[in-house]
Design a protein around this ligand. Sequence first.
Ligand code: FVH
Length: 287
Amino acid sequence: MTNRTTAVLGLGAMGSAIAARLRDTGHDTVVWNRTAAKTAPHTEAGSRAAPTPADAAALADTILVVLLDHASVREHLEPLAADLKDKVIVNLTTTTPNQARDTAAWAADHGLTYLDGAIMATPDMIGTPASRILYSGDRTAYDTAHDALAVLGAADYEGEDAGLASLKDMALLTAMYQMFSGLVQAAAMMRTVGVPAAATAAEVTGWLGAILPHLDQFGAVIDERTYEGGQSVDFTRAAIGSLVTAAREQGVGADFLEPLLSRLDELSATGRGGADWTSVTEQLTIR
Ligand code: FVH
């Protein structure tokens, strides 16, 4: 391990977990938080507390930023530009890809070394094998800070474009929330006959587990972009139509499925009913 010092700016649930993990793995840590009282458990456990972000930056080589959002990051980083020269800035705050690129451009304008990160973990997962953090931006920053980053979870470098980590994060979370929406609708349907949501959740978990391996095939078909074979638009349209009707028959809205049905209707109406249903992907691209 190097003898670098890591500052953690932001001691919410995630920043606290990160600071604790760094400490537990022998890393020298400095912490700062807007609400200073939150530094107490960290100083008791061996971190130094800094009264301002500038003081934290002065004491550290690597600055991990774990604040609420893009606005709070910029609010605190912009006044620090002069204090961050020769430091490695790693922003782990969730932002959109363009917000990440914007902060990277700001850093470049000031001659600063910037790496963007996207945390694919909850605070309790930090430091466990289930934790994964995506990084993109300055490769040298990633290599320099790697000892500290590696103890937080699998540290995957996605490329020089600072928006790449965030883009993958947003894509994976999009898939996750659509899956969650599916559970919500299934629970609403089964509740109409008295089945508790917990029981439906267990059923959904088993069903999705069995079906998830098919995603690989969908990915291959989408990549080919010919959309031949597989489950057709017309077949899937009939299936989704039944799901929408069944939900309505139970007095449950089918709001999450209706947009998909509309896309399939559109494909069918324009003579593409025989194509694989994943050709919907082409309709999602906004030109
Ligand atoms: N918690 C999670 O499961 C997710 C997992 C994936 C990644 N996210 C992102 O991580 C960032 C931090 O999330 P968090 O869980 O630590 O969030 P909070 O516990 O709500 O703590 C927020 C910290 O941000 C500070 N803060 C908020 N606004 C400002 C501001 N204007 N200036 C300075 N600091 C600010 C707040 O300070 P305080 O309220 O204690 O004074 C906390 O330190 C986030 O991007 C997630 O999307 C977590």
